[in-house]
Design a protein around this ligand. Structure first.
Ligand SMILES: [Zn+2]
Length: 453
């Protein structure tokens, strides 16, 4: 028998309305929401009532930019522990990420619903680095290779396609034409500008820092293929380009006008500059550090050998801390301008690809940065309903309405007043199944905060 759960008398942030509603009850049957009422809802035998007086409920969070195969199974529980009930993997080895999706969606691994893109698709004849990053890359060598590569991914069952930095406009056009809107396509791009990609019909762009950069920075500061993202010069060059960018200028305005018109999703990943935002001393005080996954720590240890940093080794970004702060302020401003034009802002984090902030906690940080730019409620939409639209799952996920999956958070404090209240998370429902975030965190092999060497 399918049991009924009633979340009674809550403040409701449904992911759609601009204001919370008071004294609302939400009825869950099995894995779905069946009703929303303005009274106490059903009661009686077979009905479990959870009194939510004084509490706020909202949709489970969605992180649209993760690299889930780069961490271990146990690390994926951090998503649920922070209320992230859905994640999109935007770069993973195809067989690994398909298997992980199946195990997560069957409940064999505790974590979010997973949507996958398969590998990062670069363009041209590429040789890839060895190791974890090389493993998640693939390439479309020529225009003629696009149909074979794209169709094989779609036939394998990917939920989306992710295009990468070195892909030139001719190959990108061939890829987009082959996809023909069957699945959403997003891009972390460089050799093709954002404006070109948007005009070719791409559905989303990743990283406010990177994908729109060549349309936003001064013309003489554009990066070309010779400036690899992996280069130590990349942050320095692009931070200066952002600092000097004219956000009222024609490059930015034209791009954002077209993005708004075509409703292209802007995946922000502002959290890549979280350490720049708060400074290294505050990062060292951040207790979220204890949840950095083992694979992230290994990566940071290798980085520390090159950068020769001390106690901040686990959060260090590889360039002088704080260098990106002004650039981040400009990126927030760009988010605000796009939002005000009616563009679609989508929160993603790159977590599991970056060590810090850790999975789940990274989306909380992203929400804080987005709230600075566009306000608390709009920031919450960016990590719920708008994020669902980037997956083309807005009728299933990201909002609280009859028929949607019962992916629901119960919070002690109202995050529409301050997104930092996401930390008052008390219960996480994924598909109608309740999880206790504190129990999940207690079961995680976290580091000892006083002994982080
Ligand atoms: Zn990424």
């Amino acid at each position: 028998m399918t049991s009924t759960i009633v979340l009674r008398n809550a403040r409701l942030i449904d992911g759609i309305a601009d204001q919370p509603r008071e004294r609302v009850s939400v009825v869950i049957k099995g894995e779905r929401i069946t009703a929303i009422t303005n009274d106490d809802g059903p009661s009686g035998p077979g009905v479990e009532v959870i009194d939510c007086a004084g509490k706020t409920i909202m949709p489970g969070l969605i992180d649209t930019h993760v690299h889930s195969t780069l961490v271990s199974d146990i690390d994926l529980s951090l998503f649920l522990a922070t209320g992230v009930t859905t994640a999109r993997d935007v770069g993973g080895r195809l067989d690994k990420v398909l298997t992980l999706r199946e195990r997560l969606n069957k409940g064999e691994v505790l974590g979010p619903r997973l949507f996958v893109c398969g590998p990062l698709l670069d363009g041209g004849h590429k040789t890839f680095p060895k190791g974890a990053f090389g493993e998640i890359l693939d390439t479309v060598p020529t225009v003629g290779d696009a149909p074979g590569k794209i169709n094989s991914l779609i036939d394998a069952g990917v939920d989306g396609i992710k295009l990468y930095f070195g892909m030139t406009p001719d190959i990108m056009e061939a890829c987009l034409n082959t996809v023909d809107k069957r699945v959403p396509v997003t891009g972390h791009i460089g050799a093709t500008t954002a404006l070109e990609a948007v005009n070719l019909g791409i559905d989303g762009l990743e990283h406010m820092w990177i994908s729109p950069y060549n349309n936003i920075c001064p013309v003489e500061m554009r990066f070309g293929l010779e400036l690899s993202m992996m280069s130590s010069k990349f942050p320095k060059v692009t931070f200066k380009g952002w600092e000097e960018a004219d956000l009222q200028g024609p490059g930015t305005q034209q791009l954002f006008d077209v993005m708004a018109e075509k409703q292209v999703k802007m995946g922000t990943t502002l959290d890549l500059l979280w350490v720049d935002n708060i400074g290294i001393e505050a990062a060292l005080e951040d207790t979220d550090r204890i949840y950095i996954p083992q694979s992230g720590l290994e990566h940071q240890r290798a980085l520390a050998k090159v950068t020769k940093v001390g106690k901040e080794w686990d959060v260090h970004t590889g360039y002088p801390p704080g260098n990106g702060k002004k650039a981040l302020e400009k990126q927030k401003e760009a988010v605000r301008i796009l939002h005000e034009k009616g563009g679609v802002i989508v929160g993603g984090t790159d977590c599991c690809g970056i060590a810090y902030p850790p999975p789940g906690f990274a989306l909380w940080r992203e929400a804080e940065l987005l709230a600075d730019a566009i306000g608390d409620m709009a920031a919450l939409k960016a990590i719920t309903a708008s994020a669902a639209s980037a997956l083309r799952k807005e009728d299933e996920l990201g909002s609280i309405a009859p028929g949607r999956y019962a992916d629901i958070l119960i919070l002690g404090k109202d995050p529409s007043k301050d997104v930092r209240n996401l930390r008052s998370l008390e219960t996480v429902f994924r598909g109608g199944v309740a999880h206790d975030p504190n129990a999940l965190l207690a079961a995680y092999p976290a580091r000892d905060f006083d002994n982080m060497g």
